[in-house]
Design a binder for this molecule. Structure first.
Ligand code: NAG
Ligand code: NAG
Length: 146
């Protein structure tokens, strides 16, 4: 109980994520909306996005105002950056920590965990990505010569 009270007092902002899954067609780009509430700059925070059960190889890792690429999951190299959760997002300086993912593949479907921390506190949220394949793609390939 004591610990809970202390944590609540230290926690200045919490991570919010969209409640439902995000859907995107394969090959398109998407943004996984996640932000700090109440808004505060995330520029000096650590932002760690990872797939469930793959916390050792993050999708995106931002700390000390730059991207750390050493342990990045190879599937996401050159495909992720910070995006905007909506049209009025103020970006990272307004607490928008949403990653933008280019050229989404079927393998990208699943849960993405966002872990945001400072030296004082941390929080966590999950966004689920659903990837829609193109119906009839195989059929078209078989019908078209070449
Ligand atoms: C994560 O790993 C645990 C134990 O290895 C397993 O039971 C669980 O299904 C895994 N979850 C996912 C989403 O792969
Ligand atoms: C998109 O990803 C697919 C594999 O999922 C790859 O074959 C294709 O070359 C990529 N396209 C671009 C524009 O990077």
């Amino acid at each position: 109980m004591m610990l809970l009270c202390i944590m609540a007092a230290l926690l200045s902002a919490q991570c919010s994520a969209v409640p439902g899954p995000v859907s995107v067609h394969r090959g398109h780009m998407t943004t996984l909306p996640c932000w700090l509430n109440p808004p505060q700059s995330a520029e000096d925070l650590e932002v760690y996005w990872y797939r469930t059960n793959q916390s050792d190889s993050p999708v995106m890792h931002y700390r000390e105002r730059k991207f750390a690429s050493t342990s990045q999951n190879g599937l996401y190299v050159d495909r992720v950056s910070f995006g905007s959760k909506d049209a009025v997002s103020g970006g990272l300086s307004s607490g928008d920590v949403s990653p933008k993912l280019l050229n989404v593949s079927l393998e990208d479907a699943g849960d993405y965990n966002c872990y945001v921390s400072s030296d004082r506190d941390h929080d966590h949220a999950v966004v689920t990505l659903v990837v829609i394949g193109e119906c009839g793609e195989k059929w078209r390939k078989q019908k078209l010569p070449g």
